[in-house]
Design a protein around this ligand. Structure first.
Ligand SMILES: NC(=O)c1ccc[n+]([C@@H]2O[C@H](COP(=O)([O-])OP(=O)(O)OC[C@H]3O[C@@H](n4cnc5c(N)ncnc54)[C@H](O)[C@@H]3O)[C@@H](O)[C@H]2O)c1
Length: 285
């Protein structure tokens, strides 16, 4: 999809990090942007900043894990601006831990937001986008963790692998229908965001009970994520890469060649090709 100006974008997880940077760049490209996030105050602040800079933006507090909430987001989008052209299913959370020991609530939370949050977005927007016949693009945020062999964060890594698979299905379905709707699955390496503090958005009914799943591996991974993302690039770099992916209709938007995460992905692909056991393919392991 080439012509973005004047068209409508929806971004979930827009109050922080990658979603925020994406909202800014899409607004600067003269798109009308609907910003959605569960953190209502931060969302309002980002949206006001865009409006004050002369852009067209609207905040819609949304919990992507709730089908009703995402359906309401779509209603509001179509009521307000009559269309959705670029839908960025970007909201995401992170939980670490040993796969066999992490509580069910870690899996329910990560899958609820990272996977079913995206599915809610697809169910609410894709049928209307198809019916409109207008060009469109779906952007789903996964992670390089979906493409590498990652220990100590199964709730997250599993959810991102599911996002990759879901996006491939959607891409092929759009192709088979001859629909003018592109799909990109974003697999970022490390960017300087608040993903290491994702617990701030964990709903009370999915809180971990005392000591549940606590391990030295979980603690170390949580600390490593905070440190590593803190040294990552600015999310605006990724936002530009995502816009390029939309314009070039690229399904796989990956860490660039030469990046350690891309190398780790290549090692993993070779492992698969040769049916070889993985051996610490994650950068820094
Ligand atoms: N930062 C990285 O290095 C990195 C790497 C790979 C993938 N990602 C992915 O990028 C996406 C954006 O994360 P980020 O790094 O900008 O983190 P972030 O924490 O800065 O932003 C995530 C946003 O999602 C929102 N959110 C969380 N739960 C939500 C819910 N239920 N409904 C609506 N919004 C919700 C948060 O409030 C927050 O504003 C995520 O999907 C994440 O997994 C990030």
């Amino acid at each position: 999809m080439q012509d973005l100006a004047g068209r409508v974008a929806v971004v979930t997880g827009a109050a922080s990090g990658i979603g925020r940077a994406l909202s800014v760049i899409l607004a600067e490209l003269e798109m009308k942007v609907i910003l959605a996030d569960v953190e209502a105050l931060a969302l309002e602040e980002v949206t006001q900043g865009l409006i004050e800079a002369g852009h067209t933006a609207l905040a819609v507090p949304t919990d992507v894990a709730s089908a009703d909430s995402v359906a309401a987001l779509a209603e509001r989008t179509y009521e307000s601006w009559g269309a959705a052209h670029v839908v960025c299913n970007n909201a995401g959370v992170f939980a670490a831990g040993l796969s066999f020991d992490a509580p069910q609530s870690d899996y329910d939370w990560c899958f609820g937001v990272n996977v079913f949050g995206i599915l809610n977005g697809l169910r609410s927007f894709v049928p209307r986008m198809l019916a409109s016949g207008e060009p469109g693009h779906i952007v789903n945020t996964a992670s390089m963790a979906a493409l590498t062999s990652v220990p100590f964060s199964a709730p997250y890594a599993m959810s991102k692998a599911a996002v990759l698979s879901l996006s491939e299905s959607l891409y092929l379905e759009m192709q088979s229908k001859g629909a003018p709707i592109g799909v990109s699955v974003i697999c970022p390496e490390l960017f300087d965001t608040r993903i290491g503090w994702a617990e701030r958005n964990r709903p009370p009914h999915l809180e971990r009970k005392d000591g549940e799943g606590a391990s030295i591996e979980r603690e170390g991974t949580e600390q490593a994520i905070r440190t590593a993302t803190g040294t990552g690039e600015a999310p605006s770099v990724l936002a530009q890469r995502i816009v390029d992916g939309i314009r070039e209709n690229r399904l796989y938007v990956l860490a660039p060649e030469g990046d350690p995460w891309r190398e780790a992905c290549n090692v993993r692909l070779d492992d698969l090709r040769h049916a070889r056991n993985p051996g610490g393919a994650v950068p820094g392991e």
